[in-house]
Design a protein around this ligand. Structure first.
Ligand code: 5AD
Ligand code: SF4
Length: 446
């Protein structure tokens, strides 16, 4: 069997795409290896969202280049496939710098991988590049999938029409597209049959998922889809990311309240606590509209854990704007969060704004914000000390005798227990908690 090594940078959608590329390759007789030196082929799935992510790419590619040269000396082949958003956004520039890449595919065309490999190997093509947005959506031509653990990603929506002024996603992933309900259900059943107990539904703007009738009227929305998915017995937990505040519906709020399989965790990025910055970012809501959503949601589900993304140092962000972000954070109190320095991305409107903020100031603001957020995460987690939480055990933890899983509120939970519990729900009594992880003792399994 030929072996393929997969390296994924970036978001959960990239992780999902890598899994689906592996599904395609398995049908061609490849198996995955976690050891690069054993591989006959590498798939490198790239991320373009911030400059830092893009920077790391060339050092990673250097390793593959060396391996390819070594193999050449031994008269052996080593196929380098680069996929993902960097390829989509900068294919020409990128490929000029990386001449040793055999196949370059954008996120919308990876279903053509088998055909590309055929052309490369049987027709002796030198190099294949495909960054099209094909008319036939890739989801229609992907093979069956299997669970790769108890918690599985399932892409239900892709692309984004929001065009936030800092973001590359609408350019790299294209326009919003919803997969058909029946296709999603089929994939969910395949996953459930092969051991998935938790589904994480993915979409760049997941709230816009819908199915329309012939006249264009919405027949089903995300809440309806979640309801349908929750009828699958083996699926015990459902999550979804990423939500956009003004697309987050009352139906979804009610779903959190009424459907026990929908976990009490919501990632609802606000990005900034200043209305002026939100406007400059082309985010279509105000701070008070965002807080109204949170208020309503907390009325319905008082224990919900909230998470957000933040960008500091967006062009034109004043000290006052930044203070507004800090105040907003203090009012909301987040259980989790992700925060970044603004990174100008080529081709996005914000990158050419005149009033860019110096890196030093961005760094200082990020440090202040992260300190506050970490305190909040820690406070949230500490409330669980002494309580029993239900944990879905996913894998071995770093320390050998420990296992790692997630609580309903999406906290990492580490517990000393027999590996036989991997894949099961267990009850864990929490004994200590930090900003990122809860540590507990096994009470019993369900
Ligand atoms: N600079 C910094 N952060 C960004 N994000 C997206 N684009 C940029 C950028 N140019 C962040 C946003 C988004 C998350 C996935 O990445 O906070 O929600
Ligand atoms: Fe990017 Fe904005 Fe779309 Fe999110 S909503 S993917 S930040 S354009």
């Amino acid at each position: 069997m030929k072996k393929v090594y997969v390296k994924t940078f970036g978001c959960q959608m990239n992780v999902y795409d890598s899994v689906r590329m592996l599904d395609l390759l398995k049908n061609l007789g490849y198996e995955e290896t976690l050891i690069l030196d054993d591989a006959d082929m590498v798939i490198f799935n790239t991320c373009h969202i911030r400059e830092k992510a893009s920077e790391k790419i060339f050092s990673e590619l250097g390793k593959y280049k060396e391996l390819k040269l070594d193999r050449k000396k031994q008269n052996k082949s080593f196929v380098i496939i680069v996929a993902g958003c960097v390829v989509q956004a900068e294919s020409e520039e990128f490929l000029n710098r990386a001449k040793f890449v055999d196949i370059a595919i954008g996120p919308q065309s990876y279903h053509r991988l088998p055909q590309m490999l055929f052309e490369l190997q049987k027709k002796n093509k030198k190099r294949i590049i495909d960054v099209e947005f094909p008319a036939v959506p890739k989801f229609d031509s992907l093979p069956e999938t299997k669970s790769r653990g108890v918690s599985s990603f399932l892409a239900i929506q892709e692309g984004c029409d929001r065009f936030c002024s800092y973001c590359v996603v609408p350019y790299t992933r294209g326009a919003e597209y919803s997969r058909l309900r029946d296709d999603i259900m089929r994939e969910a059943y395949q996953l459930a049959e092969s051991g998935t107990k938790e589904l994480v539904l993915l979409g760049q703007n997941v709230n816009t998922w819908c199915e329309k009738d012939a006249s264009g009227k919405i027949k089903k929305n995300l809440a309806d889809l979640i309801e349908d998915l929750s009828q699958i017995d083996e699926i015990k937990r459902i999550r979804y990311v990423t939500s956009y505040p003004s697309d987050f519906s009352v139906d979804l709020m009610n779903m959190h309240k009424n459907n026990k399989k929908v976990m009490p965790y919501l990632h609802l990025p606000i990005q900034s606590g200043s209305d002026a910055i939100l406007k400059a970012m082309n985010r279509k809501y105000t701070v008070s509209q965002y807080e109204d959503i949170i208020l309503n949601l907390r009325e319905k589900c008082p224990d919900i854990a909230l998470s957000s993304d933040f960008i500091v140092g967006f062009p034109g962000e004043t000290e006052t704007d930044f203070d507004k972000t800090l105040s907003l954070v203090k009012r909301v109190e987040y259980a989790q969060s992700y925060s970044f320095m603004y990174s100008p991305r080529p081709g996005t409107p914000a990158a050419v704004l005149a009033n860019q903020i110096p890196e030093k100031i961005k760094g200082e603001r990020l440090e202040i914000l992260q300190k506050l957020l970490l305190e909040q995460h820690s406070n949230f987690n500490k409330k669980f000390v002494g309580q029993c939480v239900e944990v879905l055990v996913e894998e071995k933890a770093k320390k050998k005798s420990e296992l790692l899983g997630h609580s309903p509120h999406m906290q990492n939970v580490v517990v000393s227990a027999d590996p036989k519990y991997i894949g099961s729900f267990i009850s864990v009594k929490i004994v200590s908690a930090g900003a990122t992880t809860l540590v507990g003792k096994l009470e019993n399994n369900f």
